[in-house]
Design a protein around this ligand. Sequence first.
Ligand code: ADP
Length: 483
Amino acid sequence: MIKKILFVTSEAHPLIKTGGLADVSGSLPKALSGLGVDVRLIMPNYQAIKTTEEIFYKSTVRVNHIDANILETRLPGTQVLVWLVDCPEFFDFPGNPYVDEQGNAWANSAGRFALFCRVAVEVAMNRSYLDWTPGIIHCNDWQSGLVPALLSLEASRPATVFTIHNMAYQGLFPKSTLTALNLPKPLWNPAGIEFNGMLSFIKGGLAYADRITTVSPTYAVEIQTADYGYGLEGLLSHRNDALTGILNGIDLGQWNPRTDPAISEHYDISTLNKKQLNKSALQKKLSLPVDINIPVFALISRLVEQKGIDLVVECLPGMLALPLQFVLLGRGDKEFEQQLSRFAKTHPDKMAITLGYDETLAHQLEAGADIFLMPSRFEPCGLNQLYSQRYGTVPIVRKTGGLADTVVDALPENLGNKTATGFVFNEATAGTLMEAIKRALLVYGQPEAWKQLQATGMQQDHSWHKSAKDYMALYEKLVPAGR
Ligand code: ADP
């Protein structure tokens, strides 16, 4: 029988994106649909949604005394159906899903996503005039956390999966929100959506979903410890049997050095020397001295502590004294932006920084750089180390989360048996990062070994097809409750 899956998400590329969740929501349903699953997305109808596809009115449902329309469209360029929860009083404002135009969190975040969850429940229970009954509801992050909680109160319901993309965001609100939103009182208990006297949306997923997944096997283990669990490590280890890690894939069409429209010279493993032309083009574009022999380090990231940007700042004096160039693209904490910009200003022949979000430049950095820095303190999965490998740009990563699962350290034995794909360091300190940078420079000085490192990375299979099969295996084991 064809599986029917409702995929609940707060963002999906290319309709609207703020981070990795949008990439997953834009790619996984497409890959599942390729495996024969009838998968449909449901997400809020934000003002900022961009699409070239047609949008139709389907129905209106009333939840908690509020009317919400359900509109239907498709994920652009695919056959995957998307239901948009249209409720202008909550979603018809400029800004992104989580913050307004000034960057302040929406004052009514709890109300917005509680409404969204309630409508998703009506769709899940086939009470919204869409004539479609899913067997599985796949929820993502705290914004959809109330869905498994509310469904637990139904006598007969679909099976539920809850995926954690980042434990650092939990949707915590004052207790008074429970009454203000008229949420069912039985859910309010320490084993439910209560967390230290606060209302926790993410606990709705963690406590009530039939299965919990996160986006890498290592992160699945880490979040059961105090360092990564944000106080929920106890609940997660209690639910250990229901918890698994499945790595995200990458969009192989969008990230392909053989066809990438953003880069000046296309290349693959057999024409790796052409990568140098992208390096020269990048150096020229960023006003750095053009020199194909000097190793170029790149970093593309949100400039926040999670990504280990403070470690990079601490390393910079030593790093910039070495024979290398450093190109950086990102935006985030003002203090990091200023510190990094100061270094770029005082070392214009060694470092170039672009503050902002620029997808084209991100592709050019991946194609033109030799080495990619990802010293994250925690990293649920991470995408740039995967893009880097595909572009023959060797990543330096901290051994955490998805980075630990996808990069094999260039130790002598791994170089010898051709399994190495990058450089891995353990401690989140500037000293260990610096050691890894020096190790990378040593191997960079051995052209044959370097070429092998690049080739092994380029041959890895990080396709969504592979991840989708892992999700399918998980769905296969689930059965709707009480039916
Ligand atoms: P996270 O979701 O924690 O930010 P990921 O590595 O999972 O980190 O995904 C980040 C995505 O956003 C990647 O596709 C990365 O290339 C992209 N990205 C981050 N910052 C920028 C930027 N300033 N310009 C362009 N792309 C960016």
